[in-house]
Ligand binder design. Structure first.
Ligand SMILES: [Zn+2]
Ligand SMILES: [Zn+2]
Length: 423
């Protein structure tokens, strides 16, 4: 289905009506020129960018806005921009009298605009500068508040403009990241099916199929992306936007974010807390998808234990404090609310073992995922070089603490305590 058809909404066989509040999506060569016709009702526009994204598309955007830009917030391009209280304040200080916010950028700029739009009730558009992640069309703003990675439920942009003349010149790492974020859907979709069986969670086959379609389309693009072909970049961007729409349809990020995203968030959060390096989001997701595929293979090949793995409360608290430091308390409090530690999951697994094994077996093998990543020159050696075995083990066992979502990380932990010799 075409993007503009999807934006009309879908009366679905799952008995829900799926909708998405984005008004315009324009993806193509010189798409920025169309902005002029999308801002006829606005006179006072604020631009938000960083030095790099402003360089990539700022002038072109301003030209298309024909003098309606009243102010600009341009963050330094030298340090990694973190979507925290400080960054929010900087944008909030410039919104007086503004009718529309236009973010120029990708992940973080978009999350910031999304958050400020929620707080200020001013609509926002996004001019994409890289096909690097699927958040363009999603309602979740990935913020770092009080040092914790939190996904704030905000609004979608009123418009997404993705000019392939700009996107094709994005850093190759960002293009690889977008491809990797899509490959990660294998894992996210598998977790969704798993949770449907284990927890009776809401599941929609149409959304599942729509997302899986985008995975298959994206896998064909690898060579074109490496050559920066506009057509391949366009199809990747469409896939990223459609996956975002799929999240709107589902009412949560479930179709697009599972165990692989939790691992990537672990590397990001512990990286920020300990001042250690981490990969761009989609690349962390890509590598983490290999790790979660390995976990599923182990669950299929190893005999399931008779007793559920649990630490004593003291051991658990000590472990979470060691791993998460300043944000440990938040993690512990979240899991108390989620309550999965209190449940006897093992008897659920035993009762539904046949179905569970079927779902786990649907996931491509780790070796296959590695090949998909190799097609855009992403190599697991880089992952093992940046992250120690201990760090990966901690992620497998305790990345789940960051979220209130059931994934294969829980199943693996319940059975084996997250201990893995793979890393
Ligand atoms: Zn549905
Ligand atoms: Zn992602």
């Amino acid at each position: 289905m075409e993007i503009n058809e999807l934006l009309q909404g879908v009366e679905c066989a799952c008995s829900r009506y799926h909708r998405c509040d984005i008004r315009y999506v324009s993806i193509g060569s010189n798409a920025i020129a169309q902005l002029k016709d999308m801002v006829t009702e606005y006179q006072r526009i604020l631009l938000v960018a960083d030095e790099n994204t402003y360089f990539a598309a700022g002038e072109k955007t301003e030209k298309a806005l024909t003098g309606k830009t009243v102010d600009k917030v341009v963050f330094s391009g030298k340090t990694v921009l973190i979507p925290n209280e400080e960054a929010i304040d900087r944008v909030m200080q410039s919104i007086d009298g503004v009718q529309l916010i236009i973010g120029i950028g990708s992940g973080v700029i978009q999350d910031l605009c999304k958050y400020v739009s929620l707080k200020s009730k001013i609509p926002y558009y996004i001019v994409a500068t890289a096909p690097s992640m699927d958040g363009y069309a999603s309602t979740g703003a990935a913020m770092i508040l009080g040092g914790m990675k939190v996904t704030v439920s905000a609004g979608v942009p009123a418009a997404i403009i993705a000019d392939t003349q700009v996107l094709k010149d994005a850093p190759m790492e960002m293009i690889q990241a977008g491809y990797g974020d899509i490959v990660g859907k294998y894992s996210a979709l598998n977790d969704w099916r798993l949770s449907k069986i284990v927890n009776d969670e809401y599941f929609c086959q149409s959304i599942y199929d729509l997302t899986m379609d985008m995975v298959h389309k994206t896998l064909m693009l690898a060579d074109g992306l490496l050559r920066r072909e506009e057509e391949s970049v366009k199809v990747l961007m469409e896939a990223l936007v459609i996956v975002g729409i799929a999240m709107s349809f589902a009412g949560s990020s479930r179709p697009a974010s599972g165990s692989e995203h939790h691992l990537s968030h672990f590397f990001e959060i512990t990286g920020i807390v300990n001042n250690e390096e981490y990969f761009p989001h989609g690349i962390d997701v890509a590598y983490s998808t290999v790790v979660t595929a390995q976990l599923r293979e182990k669950l299929l090949s190893m005999p399931w234990p008779d007793q559920q793995y649990r630490l004593s409360k003291e051991e658990y608290v000590a472990k979470i404090n060691r791993i998460y430091g300043p944000v440990a308390e938040g993690c512990i409090a979240l899991q108390e609310k989620v309550g999965l530690y209190e449940k006897d999951m093992l008897s659920v697994y035993k009762a539904k073992e046949t179905q569970i094994r079927q779902v786990l077996a649907e996931m491509p093998k780790a070796e296959q995922i590695k090949q998909m990543l190799g097609a855009v020159k992403l190599d697991m050696d880089a992952f093992y070089k940046l992250y120690s075995g201990d760090k990966i083990r901690d992620a497998v066992s305790y990345a789940k603490e960051l979220k209130d979502r059931y994934t294969v990380l829980w199943m693996y932990y319940d059975m084996f305590g997250g201990e893995t010799d793979e890393a």
